[in-house]
Design a protein around this ligand. Structure first.
Ligand code: HEC
Ligand code: HEC
Length: 320
């Protein structure tokens, strides 16, 4: 008996030691670097329509993270990232040739937005990968980043590097990985198909589903609609003060989702932040003011088609 206990003790000791070495490795070794394969990106001449549409997309998708208080795209601290994952500052993406996106070629920018791999081979944690965004939208964003808009005028501000927590580092070695660069063209859905447009906006362009599914840890980036608890809310974010705030259930469930909302109420909430049955929407759910009515209605049309899930998010809010 004693011998068995002794062997069990040694085995446990060995396991603990191995775990400690593993944890030490994850914590102290640098994050993985990736090979930068610059895609063959077609040359194009930005025109005013591309720049205007690129700016609108940027305002909808990127501004919240990259716009500094100075009114320039110099980057800033991101309070909404839970400390559990670490601390993050977005990057200066003004046209500055050393500190901003001026040092990127168009192809390198497209590669970063699609795959998450930066020019120097680092993976960009805490920034969504836009792997399903249409080629046209990506091109328009690049056209805008190359424009002479005042918010993009060169700035030499350098933001601190992202500081992932132990969990964040562990994730960077497991699930937070670069996506492959698309091998076939990605087009915008055909005009007139509201449900298809809504799906495109929710899953590919505006990333509503990332925040509005129950956990960032379980996002299915390849097949967004297969994400467990798709769009049923409960994902924990942080407000401006670092307090937990949970995303809401957007499925058509009558009891816990948007089942009793009207299209009009939804459009108003998403575009202005004013909701029918409660206080104004709080950070990080910033109103999508640049969305057209047609787009907001398309999102609503699509949401009517997703499975209703009974998931009471209010319960989470009351957690101590
Ligand atoms: C959720 C927040 C978030 C969103 C949304 C976001 N970014 Fe970022 N972005 C970041 C963070 C964080 C970094 C990395 C900072 C670092 O690595 O230190 C970053 C880095 C970058 C860089 C790299 C700059 C460099 O110096 O290597 C570019 C370019 C960029 N973002 C462009 C965009 C564009 C364009 C969009 C919208 C399509 C966007 N980002 C959306 C958070 C975000
Ligand atoms: C950065 C994460 C994030 C993104 C991206 C996001 N949301 Fe939200 N959303 C939240 C949070 C958090 C709340 C809860 C806000 C509150 O309770 O004040 C919320 C609340 C809402 C509500 C209110 C629902 C209710 O029951 O009161 C609607 C509607 C909504 N979001 C729609 C959307 C749509 C549509 C998109 C994409 C266009 C989107 N959200 C993108 C985080 C996000």
């Amino acid at each position: 008996m004693k011998k068995v206990l002794k062997i069990a003790g040694y085995t446990l000791g060995a396991v603990v030691l191995l775990l400690a070495i593993g944890a030490g490795y994850v914590n102290f070794s640098p994050l993985p670097k990736y090979e930068v394969v610059v895609p063959d990106y077609p040359q194009f001449k930005p025109d005013s329509t591309m720049i205007a549409e690129g700016k609108r997309t940027f305002t909808l998708v990127c501004n919240n993270c990259h716009m500094a208080e100075s009114g320039k795209l110099e980057g800033k601290f991101l309070p909404e990232i839970p400390e559990f994952f670490g601390k993050a500052w977005s990057a200066n993406i003004t046209s500055h040739p050393v500190y901003g996106s001026g040092r990127y070629s168009n192809a390198e920018l497209a590669n970063l937005l699609r795959t998450g791999i930066q020019k120097d081979g680092d993976f960009v944690p805490f920034m969504p990968q836009f792997k399903h965004m249409s080629d046209e939208d990506i091109r328009n964003i690049i056209a805008y980043l190359r424009s002479d808009a005042p918010e993009l005028a060169p700035s030499d501000v350098a933001q601190p590097a992202v500081q992932p927590s132990f969990i964040g580092k562990l994730l960077c070695r497991t699930i937070m990985k670069p996506a492959p660069y698309p091998t076939s063209p990605i087009s915008v859905p055909p005009a007139g198909d509201a449900v298809a447009l809504g799906k495109y906006l929710v899953t590919a362009k505006l990333d509503c589903y990332g925040c509005h599914s129950p956990s960032f840890m379980e996002i299915d980036g390849d097949f967004p609609e297969k994400t467990p608890g798709y769009l049923s809310g409960g994902n924990e974010l942080q407000d401006m003060e670092g307090q937990p705030i949970f995303s809401r259930n957007l499925t058509p469930d009558k009891e816990t989702g948007l089942g009793n909302w009207t299209e009009e109420q939804f459009v108003k909430a998403v575009k202005t932040g004013i909701r029918p049955n409660g206080p104004a929407l709080r950070f990080p759910m910033t109103p999508f003011t640049a969305l057209t009515d047609e787009e907001a209605k398309a999102i609503w049309a699509y949401l009517q088609t997703v499975p209703a899930i009974n998931h009471d998010v209010n319960k989470l809010e009351k957690k101590p």
